[in-house]
Ligand binder design. Structure first.
Ligand SMILES: Cc1cc2nc3c(=O)[nH]c(=O)nc-3n(C[C@H](O)[C@H](O)[C@H](O)COP(=O)(O)OP(=O)(O)OC[C@H]3O[C@@H](n4cnc5c(N)ncnc54)[C@H](O)[C@@H]3O)c2cc1C
Length: 508
């Protein structure tokens, strides 16, 4: 249960949302649309201005409806839009569920794909990254421990982020409404009559059932993260997904067979991940690469991008720079000592990384270069040049640390630029980096109500899609924290409203 959403950070980018209004944080429809125009642009049918408007206009309905049904949200007040300096850019548009007691979903919790139940909030993540090196990080760590203890003392098993969000959805939509939910029952086909989708064929209990749908069929079967053949065909690489293994794109294929158009198949919610090992999945990097005392280089030993930029931008830069290239994150001793490195927390994974050529250590950059097969003079020169920028506080090559987004994942105690720290204290570490992703972006083209469209723009009556099953309204970019789940819940809500408005027609 839960798919990528359960494994995720659970953040939802919801501009001009009711929580901002209650907190008197200024935002407006106009600013939200100006920001989308400045980031997404007018990107095909999926990311058209009309769909952007439908998204922004649907935010309040989703938040208010979910809250009326008992879901509770908070903002991530410190998380910046990913291009906050562009017109309409803001800090604090991200929304997430408050830590949720997963005991409230009973045995369903055991089926969740969430890795753990921890009462973590989004703004905890960047502060925890430096929990033992800065007072604000330490305070945040202490608050998290207290929150977890309070949960234990009150007999609750509190989960934040994607674990809590999906558990709360399950409680609200399935349990409280007596909705039937079947696991291990994949969609196999759609039932189409006179061009209208009137049902779905589903594998269940060793057979196939045809289920009638009076108002419509909603496709929410995710992207094609784990479908290597499609990844090679559309992306030119096998992919290193961090998402759920069950996302193979079959529901996209089924929609295409029913006449749906697709878009953005060549794109994904890219990022940089630590290479997988025999015991660990690709580890998606967010804060670690942005903190001081580290750089990312290619196989020649050259930097090629701002390591602190948004993950989608870094992923795109890696693809442009060398789709099949080898990349290394190089850091000095202080990076290892001061900051939480998610990929180094499991000792078993750490051993495998060393054994399988994913992590190396050496006393100097030159010796490290030899270990990873990079020209030692070139890596030494790259580190020397970067150290000059770090001391000056200005990254002359890629502008690292210039944006408020970069500085969200930084160390305020490092001056003059909190994203730049010179790599000068050994031992130095190299970690192999691959082009990773949080899911794929390509899927069914839908309108503002989530209705599937044909290539000629006509609507396939009775067929809806949302989330990564549909082509992303965010086009080729990632405007702010939660840019995949935000639109997923809003278009899911809009599609449900549209179905509810349709004349009920019993075809079962
Ligand atoms: C580590 C991580 C952190 C992330 N953090 C965030 C974040 O904070 N904010 C954000 O916006 N995004 C985040 N993402 C991305 C986000 O999780 C996904 O983009 C989003 O969850 C996709 O939602 P979805 O409903 O489309 O698909 P999913 O949540 O993946 O759900 C799809 C479901 O469909 C099922 N399915 C597949 N095929 C079939 C079939 N034939 N029949 C029936 N069911 C089928 C799958 O098994 C799965 O359960 C993160 C991703 C990861 C991996």
């Amino acid at each position: 249960m839960g798919g990528n959403s359960a494994k995720s950070g659970g953040g939802m980018w919801l501009p001009d949302n009711p929580l901002m209004r209650a907190d008197r944080v200024g935002d407006s429809r106009e600013e939200a649309l100006a920001y989308l125009a400045a980031t997404v642009g007018d990107e095909g049918r999926a990311g058209s201005r009309a769909r952007q408007e439908a998204f922004v206009d649907g935010v309040a309905d989703f938040v208010d409806t979910a809250r009326r049904h008992g879901m509770t949200f908070v903002r991530a007040p410190e998380y910046a839009d990913y291009y906050p300096e562009r017109p309409g850019g803001k800090i604090g548009r991200g929304v997430e569920h408050t830590p949720f007691d997963v005991r409230r979903i009973g045995a369903w919790w055991k089926t969740s794909q969430a890795p753990a139940a921890l009462p973590v909030l989004t703004d905890d993540v960047w502060l925890l990254g430096r929990a033992w090196s800065t007072p604000s990080g330490f305070r945040r760590g202490a608050r998290l421990v207290l929150r977890a203890l309070a949960g234990v003392l009150t007999g609750k098993k509190l989960a934040g982020i994607g674990a809590g969000l999906t558990a709360s959805f399950l409680r609200t939509v399935v349990i409280d409404n007596d909705t039937e939910l079947w696991l291990n029952s994949p969609l196999e086909d759609l039932v189409v009559e006179d061009g209208r989708v009137v049902g779905a064929r589903v594998a269940h209990d060793g057979g196939t059932l045809a289920i009638g749908a009076r108002r419509g069929v909603m496709l929410a079967g995710g992207g094609f993260d784990a479908n290597k053949e499609w990844r090679r065909r559309y992306h030119g690489i096998d992919g290193n997904p961090s998402g759920a293994p069950g996302n193979l794109g079959r529901p996209i294929e089924i929609a295409v067979a029913a006449g749906a158009a697709v878009e953005l198949m060549d794109d994904a919610w890219w990022g940089a991940s630590v290479a997988p090992t025999s015991v660990s999945e690709p580890s998606f990097l967010v804060g670690e690469r942005s903190f001081p005392y580290t750089v990312i280089v290619d196989e020649r030993g050259d930097r090629f991008a701002n390591e602190s930029e948004s993950y989608v931008d870094l992923g795109h830069h890696m693809l442009e720079h060398g789709r099949l290239g080898t990349y290394w994150m190089i850091s000095d001793r202080r990076h290892a000592r001061r900051y939480l490195r998610s990929y180094a927390m499991d000792p078993k994974a750490g051993k495998a990384m060393r054994r399988e050529g994913v992590m190396f250590q050496a006393p100097t950059p030159a010796e490290l270069a030899v270990a990873i097969g990079v020209d030692p003079d070139r890596l030494t020169a790259t580190v020397g040049r970067f150290n000059g920028f770090a001391r000056a506080g200005v990254n002359g090559d890629f502008g690292r640390g210039n944006s408020a987004y970069d500085r969200y994942y930084s160390d305020p105690l490092v001056r003059p630029n909190p994203n730049l720290g010179p790599l000068e204290k050994g031992p130095f570490t190299a970690v192999k980096i691959v082009i990773g992703d949080l899911g794929t972006k390509g899927g069914v083209v839908t309108d503002g109500d989530g209705r599937a469209l044909r290539e000629d723009g006509s609507v396939i009556e009775g067929l809806y899609a949302a989330g990564n099953n549909s082509a992303a309204v965010m086009g080729r970019t990632y405007p702010g924290p939660g840019s995949t789940i935000g639109p997923a819940v809003v278009f899911g809500m809009r599609a449900a409203r549209h179905m509810a408005r349709c004349q009920a027609e019993d075809v079962s």
